[in-house]
Design a binder for this molecule. Structure first.
Ligand code: AMP
Length: 298
């Protein structure tokens, strides 16, 4: 595995089908699952690691976002990726960008409404990675469902020659979706955070039993999270998988998205619900058997 700092060096190492896994580092098994998917489908696997200031708001956790390049490099190597692209700020943004990417509509609700400019930052940095590395395939987690919708729409609108692959959410054994931010949770907060996945799984069970009303489905999840002390639900919204717009009835591919705060940590989770053989099947992701590497000493 080679560590490179410039787009030219990253591009020069690409042979055959190039797969890109964009990350902000502090890797966990969710990221590793994306690298595994890329490894199984591509000749060259490039993992990018860049904590992108453009996607953080002024009062967000840019300064405290966890960082550990040595740990990440060891994990990327163990996952058999070929290249770790870890650019410095001056390489990614030689100057304050005068050109940025705004993806309309799909970024209006949910995270876009709460975090002004966030998806402009995401779309801009992802566009730069696509332009600079020219991947044939790019891998994103369904964990950030609205981000995935946004990236797919950007690729459609701007004709980037990359196939977007969305991968299932990886969870702790008890259901909590893996996130680099989980290390900020103390044991009590960690316990409260479990209510998010519990609420989503309860909604999934209702969908499997035939519930189709968004209000009912959302209500099931909200009731579970609201019933837990120490966690503040921001929203539980059933959204169209292609447009991220709220839906009132489950009659098209959708995702049930949750955002909640535990102390100062904001957590996101969702389940995807797709049609299959005439029914609606929730995808709740996959679970680890052991606690995540996030909680183990390097
Ligand atoms: P991040 O480093 O948080 O920007 O995430 C990099 C990529 O990993 C994004 O495409 C995320 O959606 C994906 N990702 C983060 N957490 C998970 C998870 N628990 N399961 C699957 N993918 C994830």
């Amino acid at each position: 595995m080679k560590i490179v700092e410039t787009f030219a060096d990253a591009r020069a190492l690409g042979r055959g089908c190039v797969g890109l896994v964009p990350t902000m580092g502090y890797l966990h098994e969710g990221h590793i699952s994306l690298i595994d998917a890329a490894r199984s489908e591509c000749d060259t696997v490039v993992v990018s690691l860049f904590v992108n200031p453009l996607q953080f708001g002024p009062n967000e956790d840019l300064a405290s976002y966890p960082r550990d390049l040595d740990r990440d490099a060891a994990l990327v190597e163990a996952a058999r990726a070929d290249v770790l692209f870890a650019p410095r700020l001056e390489v990614m943004y030689p100057d304050d960008p005068l050109t940025t990417v705004t993806v309309g509509d799909v970024t209006e609700g949910m995270e876009g409404a709460r975090r002004p400019g966030h998806f402009d930052g995401v779309a801009t940095v992802v566009a730069k990675l696509f332009a600079g590395i020219v991947p044939d395939r790019s891998y994103f987690g369904r964990k950030d469902a609205q981000q995935l919708v946004t990236v797919r729409r950007m690729v459609l609108d701007l004709s980037f020659p990359t196939i977007i692959v969305g991968a299932p959410i990886v969870r702790e054994a008890d259901g909590l979706a893996l996130s680099s931010r989980n290390i900020f949770l103390d044991p009590r907060q960690r316990d409260a955070a479990r209510s998010i996945s519990r609420g989503l799984f309860a909604a999934a069970a209702a969908v499997t039993a035939g519930e189709r009303s968004a209000r009912e489905i959302e209500g099931i999840t909200s009731a579970v999270v609201d019933g837990e002390a120490g966690i503040d639900l921001d929203y539980a919204t059933l959204a169209d998988q292609e447009t991220a717009a709220p839906v009132t009835t489950l009659d098209r591919p959708a995702f049930l998205a949750v955002a909640a705060s535990v102390g100062s940590t904001r957590l996101l989770d969702n389940i995807h619900i797709d049609p299959y053989e005439g029914g609606w099947v929730p995808d709740v992701g996959t679970r680890l058997r052991e606690p995540s590497i996030l909680y183990r000493e390097a």
